[in-house]
Design a binder for this molecule. Structure first.
Ligand SMILES: Cc1ncc(COP(=O)(O)O)c(C=O)c1O
Length: 425
């Protein structure tokens, strides 16, 4: 454990990890399928879309799956399905990606933020009930970074107050809570399939539900080409020789190439997640004995892991005032690609877009449409304000072969920094 690399010593991580064979096989298959679609000119509509929907519904154990052009579209569709009148409220976590929240506003609703749990970083069920009003329609849950939220507690509250539960499972493809896959745990499950996700179509999304009423309202919002297939309730909107296609103004259809990519990603999802967990679990075990650090937290109810971002904990009190930025800098010097977390993941109430008044781009909706503007105060979310700054993201160790020598080098970087932390002052 010599001199820290940041102070001129040798880097702890010398090895470059090898890309996994699983990943290489997946990409080969994706290439072949996309080429086939190109040759067949299936570039706008294709049976590959229905195949993805069928397989994903089967995988999540849900009745319906609707593939869409991105995850934001799935969330907008979900909020549109549960909001009954302007000003209805959706309770959601203060710690998620903004696109899991701003579609609430675009669907005529008001996001009501809730603080998070200190360990899982997910919405804290013990703080939900105090946020419920006569206007509350749903609780939205993000399984942030891939760790499932405490769904039994959340579903119990929803049942008591007759609220819908929307899951934003954009970080947790393949993760399971008490044996049930995320996305299947509430009433509507929304998944981004954007390029950085555990399962991707490049730019795409997919929504799952068991409820016909939600399925049909999602189709009415963004899939005019499928309105004809809806139940008789929608007969008067169905196209015939006199009436052309029409729906509610959004076109959320997925691109067939994205569907093809995602179809193959789904096939490899379990294998890739397992390999990632083997790598991450090794690091988690190693970190447990390194002073000042700890592995990613995993609640006992998690029966299958999937980490979109692998966030480890550090204990500021053991670093005696050394800022997180300095530790990240030291890790990077050692060859560990460390970062603060997912870019942009600050408590959402800090976002000017949600707090500005007259000059906000959301002005037209807040004032003209809703005649309202909620008050958000940073001090109402003390847990998020503290714990989000006590995490460090390190590479998610996905799609690399299991290599103990490489994993040990990562751990050596932490061991070195822990041992020589006074030298970072
Ligand atoms: C939690 C969460 N929700 C929603 C989205 C939006 O998905 P998309 O970028 O596919 O529209 C993302 C994307 O990063 C996300 O991380």
């Amino acid at each position: 454990m010599g001199i820290l690399a940041i102070n001129g010593g040798k880097k702890a991580v010398q090895k470059t990890p090898k890309t996994s064979e699983i990943f290489n096989s997946m990409v080969d298959e994706q290439e072949t399928l996309v080429r086939q679609l190109l040759r067949k000119r299936e570039i706008s509509a294709s049976s590959v879309v229905e195949e993805l929907e069928k397989n994903f519904a089967q995988y999540t154990g849900t009745k319906y799956a609707i593939a869409m052009n991105n995850g934001t579209a799935t969330l907008h569709s979900a909020f549109f399905s549960v909001i009954k009148e302007p000003g209805d409220e959706i309770i959601t976590s203060v710690h998620t990606w903004h696109l899991g929240v701003t579609p609430i506003i675009c669907a005529g609703g008001i996001p009501v933020f809730c603080d998070i749990e200190p360990l899982t970083l997910n919405i804290d069920p013990s703080k939900i009930e105090q946020k419920i009003t006569s206007k509350t329609r749903a609780i939205c849950v993000t399984h942030v970074y891939g760790h499932p939220a405490d769904m039994d507690s959340i579903n119990n509250i929803a049942k008591k107050y007759n609220l819908a539960v929307i899951e934003d499972a954009s970080h947790s493809h393949g993760a399971a809570y008490k044996g049930i896959p995320t996305g299947k745990l509430g009433d509507i499950g929304c998944f981004s399939l954007q390029g950085s996700k555990l399962m991707t179509g490049g730019e795409a999304g997919i929504l799952v539900t068991d409820h016909t009423k939600f399925y049909e309202s999602c189709i009415m919002l963004g899939h005019y080409e499928r309105v004809s297939k809806l139940s008789s309730k929608y007969d008067k909107y169905k196209a015939n020789e006199n009436i052309p296609f029409m729906n509610l103004g959004y076109k959320y259809r997925i691109h067939p190439f994205a569907a093809a990519m995602a179809l193959i990603e789904l096939k490899y999802l379990e294998e890739r997640n397992s390999l990632q967990m083997k790598n991450c679990s090794y690091i988690n075990r190693g970190l447990a004995s390194i002073e000042g650090f700890d592995g990613a937290y995993v609640a006992p109810y998690v029966t299958k892991h999937a980490w979109l971002n692998y966030l480890i904990r550090f204990y500021p009190e053991q670093f005696d005032g050394i800022p997180r930025e300095k530790i990240i800098e030291a890790l990077r010097a050692e060859g560990v690609d460390a970062a603060k977390g997912r870019p942009g993941y600050i408590p959402l109430v800090r976002q000017p877009l949600l707090n500005e008044r007259e000059n906000s781009p959301a002005y037209a909706i807040w004032y003209h449409f809703l005649k309202n503007h909620p008050e958000y105060k940073i001090e109402d979310y003390p847990v998020a304000e503290k714990v989000l700054f006590e995490r460090i993201a390190i590479p998610s160790l996905r799609d690399i072969e299991y290599d103990v020598e490489y994993l040990e080098q990562i751990l050596d970087a932490f061991r070195k920094i822990s041992k020589h932390r006074k030298e970072l002052k």
